[in-house]
Ligand binder design. Sequence first.
Ligand code: HEM
Length: 430
Amino acid sequence: MAGRAVVMADDTLFLLLEGYGWLPALRRRAPGEVARTRLLGRRAVAICGPDAARFFYEDDGIRRGPAPPHLVRSTHFVRGTGQNLDGITREARRAMFLPVLHGDAAADLVSRAAAAWDEAVPRWGAEPSVVLFDRVAQVLATAAYGWAGLEPPEHETPKVAADLVAMAEGYATLGPRHWRARAARRRRAAALAHLVRRARAGVVAVRRGTAADAVIRHRDRDGALLNPRVAAFELLNVLRATVAVSWWVTFAAHALHRWPSHRGPLGDNDTGYIEAFVHELRRFYPFAPFFGGRAVRDLSFRGEPIPEGTLVLLDVFGQHHDPALWEEPYVFAPERFAGPRPGPYELIAQGGGDPALGHRCVGEAVTVELLKTLVPRLATLDYRVPGQDLSVSPWRIPARVASGFVMTDVRQAVPAPVPETVPDVRRARG
Ligand code: HEM
């Protein structure tokens, strides 16, 4: 009961103003391990730490909402059930995408990203300057569309990438960014829904075994094909998720600029170091501030009651910067991941638990492989970093390098490393 006395005013404004620091501050003020507040008018609690993550993911009394960064909150999802209005359940979605997110299919996405990067780099060198964030988004959009079985016309790629970025940007804000996200989503969904209709009518062919093919042919519990708009949103989710990896590639450039000593082992293709660097990127830099779920019955955590209907917030940023869990959490130190792989509830940038069973991102293994492929490429580039705003504001969600990381005089210093194959997603864990 201890936490009951804590702040009960609506904290929505503080979330918008304080960004990543909001939940950790709220938890510091709480007398117990469950901090209480209100968010968007609803009763909410904040919890943090591996035990809290286990509780959040393993207790069937908590239903996750569509809260991850790339799954935009929209009227197409019934909050708290993970089910959209046309009946595709979270389980069905995971089952639909799992086959295209492991083995050869996942390796295809990674090698397309490597090829798109290698093709783009000489062009970057020919320009007076480039904004890395935008260019990586284009590389990833090209790779994602090709992998998914879709081919955006070459000249459209910057627009498509910008729309996918706008969608990832707009998920946690109420202002103009949110409206840009909605407009971008409408545009892209309309184009994809059109494609779904044409593919079903046999007007265009979609490669078998791709994400587009899976979505176009998916049937719901009653054996009906997905409504074309729903199919389009499903496809958009994975395209947007892939493009969201640009955040971490740009953070990698930020880290390499701040702490250039990491370049050596990354460029030497030291696989252990590369993987550790990628984990540290996802721990150190702010991305998803928290994950949200709803208590579907009365629950208790560490003896503190959580009444039915309460919004349960798992503090991701707080957990990744908790000194009880990580030595000197505000130091960027890939070495901390040199030992055994982090446990299923420690590094939770893409959710916690087992990716095959629970609510962890089914695209996490491929995300790690994309980063393991692109980050060493970045580390072997020669470029200059002109004066610019390289700050990463903790008040902006999702955080990003303010300038987008401007580079000039870009050229490939040594041959880019060859990507490795992607492990089976069902065994791989962040
Ligand atoms: C920036 C990188 C990414 C982040 C932060 C992220 C985060 C997440 C999280 C937290 C979930 C769990 C949702 C739940 O609560 O059930 C999730 C699910 C999922 N992710 Fe990702 N993800 C990323 C990249 C990717 C990529 C690259 C792909 C595929 C190419 C992908 C595909 C999926 C799919 C298909 C699901 C299942 C959706 C569902 O359960 O409804 N993600 N992601």
